[in-house]
Design a protein around this ligand. Structure first.
Ligand SMILES: C[S@@+](CC[C@H](N)C(=O)[O-])C[C@H]1O[C@@H](n2cnc3c(N)ncnc32)[C@H](O)[C@@H]1O
Length: 231
């Protein structure tokens, strides 16, 4: 598929997912967003049974994720946004480094209920997690965020949607703070203006399991705590 072909921004669900380098062709992305299918291992290194039971997609080891050729498809100066579960923070930092980026900061997503309180329906062995971290790293020279980024606080609060679904607010934040071309890897669905790669990065993606009621709520609920873009 030619790099200037609009179809090169995603892949057809009926075809085999191309590897990242083939997908990128001659494109080099100035901003990469990644939400990898992290595998949760127990103390013996085996996949934790509770995660196997709840699995909704195939997972990858930290070695497999770290081996992805992200450095090869990123522009010489580039930003990386990497979602990492709280329990796997050291793995997130290791993957960021393996991909050739230096960790600089993070954005905290607070999962809230309709009334603005913490949404504690998540999992947690030690604490009930109501936040997730989006790690931010850079590579190359002059890699500061765009001007809006330097005025933003590193926190946003939105309602949960379906399992492992990240909030759409992330795209507004990233587009305001980081230059294009933008690439999302391990994306679900497609997005205008973004190249997307992943085995669910198809236009007709729909979750196949029960979701939270806020699943279709892509518009921000005005009753929620104020977020990054609220005046
Ligand atoms: C954590 S989910 C991403 C969720 C997404 N950010 C969202 O907000 O809905 C990880 C994604 O990686 C996909 N995936 C799993 N193994 C993959 C592989 N080997 N190659 C490409 N995608 C894979 C899963 O199907 C899933 O769509």
């Amino acid at each position: 598929m030619a790099a200037d072909d609009p179809g090169a921004n995603s892949f057809s669900g009926s075809s085999v997912l191309p590897d990242l380098v083939t997908f990128a062709a001659d494109r080099r992305f100035a901003t990469v967003l990644a939400d990898p299918p992290w595998r949760f291992a127990n103390r013996t290194g085996k996949m934790a049974p509770e995660h196997r039971r709840l699995a909704r997609y195939t997972t990858m080891t930290v070695e497999e994720i770290g081996a992805l050729p992200v450095a090869a498809i990123a522009a010489p100066t580039a930003h990386l946004y990497l979602w990492v579960p709280n329990a796997l923070l050291p793995d997130g930092l290791a993957v960021m480094s393996a991909w050739g980026f230096a960790y600089k900061a993070n954005l905290v997503w607070h999962k809230v209920r309709r009334d603005g309180g913490s949404d504690g329906r998540g999992v947690g062995f030690y604490f009930r997690n109501v936040t997730e971290l989006l790690l931010f790293g850079v590579r190359g020279k002059n890699a500061r965020t765009l001007a809006p980024g330097r005025r933003l606080v590193n926190y946003f609060a939105t309602r949960k949607r379906e399992h492992s679904r990240k909030p759409d607010e992330q795209y507004r934040i990233i587009e305001a703070c980081s230059p294009g071309p933008h690439l999302e890897i391990f994306a679900r669905g497609t997005r205008q203006g973004w190249a997307v790669w992943g085995n669910q990065a198809v236009a007709d993606y729909r979750p196949t399991w029960k979701t939270y009621p806020a699943h279709i709520a892509t518009e921000r609920d005005p009753s929620l705590p104020r977020g990054l873009f609220d005046a």
